[in-house]
Design a protein around this ligand. Structure first.
Ligand code: GLC
Length: 730
């Protein structure tokens, strides 16, 4: 009897195993699971995978039990829940997040280890919130200081952006959440972003605008990528055959899914054949006279139209299968990933990560007497401190567009200063931001502005030290999506206010909370200038850590700060080069963006790419270069010659001495951040692969070309502060 029972049990379990579909068997290889799932799907089900079924949800296969994809903004934290079908928040009470520093701040750390920690922490919150795709990081190159979204990106240099985005992606995806690197490609302005057509040379495309995306794909193994709104060479980037099929998928071997930006799909045939895999955000079909109210999700360009095109043979089932396979791969890497973590919403731990990253990203631009930072306010002294500025209290984790956050907390600079110095701290608003349509249109009441300024100046005249906290504020035209800045100057009368404060108190520190370079005509009139970005939940504590010297600043600029806007490459070729004529913008500066322009045209920036001061000093010894196999290893001893520990960012630039094409005077090719105790020396070794690192993109042969000949290797602490040079014959 027992044997019979055993035999029966065995048969049942074998039958059960036989019936478990391969795609459900987590022990099977992912590609086998995809093949099995695909083989069980109808045409309609394959099409349903390729478009949205909600504002931030795309299709699965309900009949088989294959889940869809929940997506969420953004690069700096997991956005509050949005209503299924409406552009409004869903009003949950459990969707507050840790607001991490803006990605420009992360880039300013020049510390890839920080990027991995950042990605891991934000990934933990994303997976805990049930997300499969985190819509970030953004890696578009900083071409003009007027671009409203530069704060979401990683600066003007492709090597810095590439080096910093890869560990971020690896950190997020280690949790079983996909990154969606964006916005591919050439989305370098917000003005007319929905339709502007970008024209640029193949060299500029390959040498500047694509490398960070290529690194995200080939080194970061990113699982999804977002096509941008703009056009490139006449075709919308969210279904641009050259960018998505030829470069991204064929040349680079991208095996993930291409997601459109929201409402960035405009043509059914191009969407079907131009490399798009998941259409998001479409809300109407003007080509069919279907308006918002009548629109249903299967009316997407990749909905019924795609189904009909495959049924008629206009689009082969092979093309559809490739899309479906990529979407299934994204689902199996996330929702059905057996190694997907549980994540957490450990605000305390994540806030600590955010604070450390913010501290490492803050850049000390200037530190002149009589305001030597760090602050030396003696315990118990009657030292009075005046904090001035609306940004000292404003919540800057809000605003800015889709990267906005419902932060679980945000500690302001004023709160942190009061926490640190108690009653000795006073505050004056100083200026009134234009924060509604009327005030944006007509300016704020000048009498209010004057009285705020007068009050601040009076108080400043009586204070021992003034901490000015201004900058931009992620309101419209002030670092936000879908609108570029209208001026290079600080807004809201800040320049006049800073000068007025400096006239009555030379002991003034200017702290800028912003994501872009600004004009600083007042720089010579103030003591210290601190570029503090948008540090997120821990804004105040991070700024105070640096001002008090608890943290020795080690941030370095990820972009140049020109003296005036006309010194910037994109603003040196008339309106065709920026913002364009409303239809087309032409990148006339070609490969000479940022410091590449300043160096080559010998136009000094006010503060250079890679610049950042420390509370200690560093000395560079003699650099050497030697072959190790195919690599060229450049070594340089660096000594901390000051009295406090500090981190130095050793930067290595390469320039071809006699180029056969126009090339930048030098280009960043490697860097390393190193901690040095007082008096300590470390030899930093930076590795180059000359066949790659010396190469430019040759448009004739459509290939990378590293000419034989003489090169100059430059090592320094910024693009304008080179400490060692070496001629090298390649
Ligand atoms: C926006 C942005 C994109 C964002 C998406 C969803 O328009 O361009 O970065 O992820 O829509 O909010």
């Amino acid at each position: 009897m027992k044997h019979v029972l055993l035999l029966l049990t065995l048969c049942c379990s074998l039958t059960a195993v036989a019936q478990t579909p391969v795609w459900q068997d987590a022990s099977q290889p992912t590609e086998l699971r995809i093949d099995d799932a695909l083989s069980r799907m109808t045409l309609a089900e394959k099409v349903a995978l390729c478009h949205a079924w909600g504002k931030f949800y795309s299709g699965g296969v309900p009949r088989l039990g294959i889940p869809g994809l929940w997506m969420s903004d953004g690069p700096h934290g997991v956005r509050a829940e949005i209503d299924w079908n409406e552009w409004k928040t869903a009003g949950w009470t459990t969707d507050s997040c840790t607001a991490f520093p803006s990605l420009t701040c992360l880039a300013a750390t020049w510390n890839p280890a920080m990027a991995e920690r950042y990605g891991r922490a934000i990934g933990e919150e994303a997976v805990y919130r049930g997300k499969q795709v985190l819509l970030g990081p953004g890696v578009n190159i900083y071409r003009t200081p007027l671009n409203g979204r530069n704060f979401e990106y990683m600066g003007e240099d492709p090597v810095l952006a590439a080096t910093m985005c890869v560990p971020y992606i690896q950190g997020v995806q280690s949790q079983g959440v996909a990154c969606c690197v964006k916005h591919f490609a050439l989305n370098n302005q917000e003005l007319n972003r929905w339709s502007i057509n970008v024209e640029c040379s193949e060299r500029a495309l390959r040498e500047l605008y694509l490398p960070a995306f290529r690194a995200a794909v080939q080194k970061g193994k990113v699982w999804s990528l977002m096509g941008s709104y703009n056009k490139f060479r006449g075709t919308h980037c969210s279904h641009n055959d050259y960018l998505l099929n030829q470069i991204l998928k064929q040349e680079w071997g991208f095996d993930g899914a291409v997601v459109s930006d929201w409402d960035a799909t405009h043509n059914a045939r191009e969407a079907a054949l131009g490399g798009l895999d998941i259409e998001m955000g479409t809300s109407q079909r003007p080509d069919k006279g279907i308006k918002g109210g009548q629109f249903t999700w299967d009316e997407c360009y990749l909905g019924n139209d795609l189904l009909k095109a495959v049924q008629s043979g206009e689009v082969t089932e092979e093309v559809l299968d490739d899309k479906a396979r990529r979407v299934l791969r994204l689902i199996f890497r996330t929702a059905l990933n057996p190694h997907r973590q549980t994540g957490n919403q450990d605000y305390a731990a994540h806030s600590q990560v955010a604070r450390e990253i913010a501290c490492e990203g803050i850049v000390l631009l200037q530190n002149r007497k009589p305001t030597p930072l760090p602050l030396t306010v003696k315990e118990g002294s009657s030292h009075s401190i005046l904090v001035v500025g609306d940004n000292a209290v404003k919540r800057l984790t809000e605003g800015g567009g889709s990267s906005e956050l419902k932060a679980q907390h945000e500690t302001s600079v004023l709160a942190a200063m009061q926490q640190e110095y108690g009653e000795r701290v006073q505050w004056a608003q100083g200026y009134l931001p234009e924060c509604n349509d009327y005030s944006r249109e007509h300016g704020v009441d000048q009498r209010v502005t004057d009285s705020l300024q007068q009050q601040a100046v009076e108080m400043a005249g009586k204070a021992d030290v003034v901490i000015y906290v201004g900058g931009l504020n992620k309101d419209k035209f002030q670092d936000t999506e879908d609108a570029d800045r209208k001026q290079y100057d600080l807004p809201f009368g800040q320049p006049e206010l800073i000068e007025a404060l400096a006239r009555v108190n030379r002991n003034i520190v200017v702290v800028l909370l912003s994501g872009n370079a600004v004009a600083m005509p007042w720089a010579d009139k103030v003591g210290a200038i601190v570029q503090a970005w948008y540090p997120g939940s821990e804004t105040g504590p991070a700024v105070v850590d640096v001002l008090t010297g608890r943290v020795n600043p080690s941030g370095r600029l990820p972009f140049s700060i020109p003296v005036k806007l006309d010194d910037c490459a994109a603003h040196s070729f008339g309106t065709d080069a920026y913002p364009g004529d409303g239809k087309t913008v032409t990148y006339k500066e070609d490969v000479l963006v940022g410091y590449r322009w300043h160096d080559t045209k010998k136009i000094p920036a006010r503060f250079a790419f890679g610049h950042g001061l420390s509370y200690t000093t560093f000395e560079y010894g003699k650099m050497q270069a030697e072959w190790q196999g195919k690599e060229l290893v450049v070594s340089v001893p660096v000594k901390n010659t000051g009295k406090v520990a500090g981190k130095e960012v050793v930067q290595l630039y390469v320039g071809e001495d006699h180029p056969t094409v126009v090339r930048p005077a030098k280009e960043l090719k490697a860097f390393e951040k190193v901690l040095l105790q007082p008096g300590e020396t470390k030899t930093v070794s930076l590795r180059l692969t000359p066949s790659d690192d010396f190469a430019y993109y040759d448009e004739t042969s459509r290939s990378w070309q590293a000419n034989r000949g003489s090169y100059t290797l430059s090592v320094g602490r910024s693009s304008a502060d080179i400490r060692q040079k070496l001629r090298f014959k390649y």
